[in-house]
Write a protein that binds this ligand. Structure first.
Ligand code: HH2
Length: 286
């Protein structure tokens, strides 16, 4: 099985260590996101929330200005820019951890990179906006290539997800990008039924076999709500279970709303996996 890289190289020269799993904190500056819509549209509140996520252990903050919940209303380019750019600019000055920009639009991504974002997060997996692969290649920024389909129709789920993701990687490489930039994401909740989401989670280790770091985003999603029969504000236990399961199956980055709780869970896993077994204490990140 191919061993995924354990580092991300950021455009500003910093290196992100992936030898231990990381938590990516979600900052949705949207009025309509499915679980936190409207909470962080105000710049000060957005910065405050990002700071608190970093204090809890977020290693990356993912800023998004367009909800992609099922049936979402697309946001015009100017409006998305208006939402995310001031936040990216403020966060670049206010916090030390790298920022990723969650957008399907290359123009938004480019403007975000100019204002200090360091990672691209494309929920279309470089198969949407044709300018995205070129931008990723030219910037050299790590790019999350997420799996996405319009309809949950597959003859062989895992094989097709692998093929679609590899297709995204090919687009990056064809545009002149490098394999070192790639982060793959199964796209939980995007064009998949509840069973398909569960099956992908179960087979996550087989996506690790592609040799790229994996990011997993299942926080509070409907696969959890439907499986457990709980509303959005009661999905923390399920979200933690999926994050822990994902990390044990090879995810190196978990994208979550509840950073404090998830960071503790992930740190606990690291402590167990790294214990020396010779009776000596082994501090984890302390
Ligand atoms: N999920 C969402 C948005 N962006 N990016 C990646 N890489 N992976 C994901 O699973 C993913 C993502 C949707 O979740 P959320 O941001 O909480 O909701 P909304 O789209 O309603 O803003």
């Amino acid at each position: 099985m191919a061993q995924a890289r354990e580092q991300l190289f950021l455009p500003d020269g910093r290196v992100v260590d992936l030898s231990r799993p990381l938590v990516m904190g979600i900052l949705n500056v949207t009025p309509d996101s499915f679980s936190d819509g409207g909470r962080y549209v105000d710049l000060e509140r957005a910065v405050e929330h990002a700071r608190s996520m970093v204090a809890c252990g977020a290693a990356i903050i993912d800023v998004g200005g367009e909800s992609t919940r099922p049936g979402y209303t697309p946001v015009p380019l100017e409006e998305e820019m208006r939402r995310v750019l001031p936040v990216i600019e403020a966060l670049s000055a206010a916090i030390d951890v790298p920022l990723s920009i969650d957008t399907q639009k290359a123009a938004v991504a480019e403007a975000a990179l100019e204002r200090g974002a360091q990672i691209l997060n494309d929920i279309q997996g470089l198969r949407g906006d044709p300018a995205m692969a070129r931008l990723a290649a030219e910037s050299g920024a790590p790019v999350v290539i997420m799996h996405n389909r319009r309809e949950p129709v597959y003859a062989d789920l895992l094989e097709e997800v692998r093929r679609d993701l590899s297709d995204g990687v090919e687009r990056l490489l064809a545009a002149g990008g490098r394999p070192e930039q790639v982060i793959l994401d199964p796209g939980i909740g995007f064009g998949k039924t509840v069973e398909q989401n569960l099956l992908l989670l179960k087979q996550l280790d087989r996506l690790s076999a592609l040799g790229y770091p994996l990011l997993l985003g299942a926080s509070r999603k409907s696969v959890i709500g439907r499986t457990l029969g709980v509303p959005v504000d009661e999905r923390l236990p399920g979200s933690l279970a999926v994050a822990v399961y994902g990390v044990l199956k090879g995810a190196r980055i978990v994208r979550v709303h509840d950073v404090c709780e998830t960071a503790q869970a992930v740190k606990m896993i690291a402590a167990i996996e790294e214990v020396l077994g010779d009776g000596s204490a082994h501090p984890v990140g302390a």
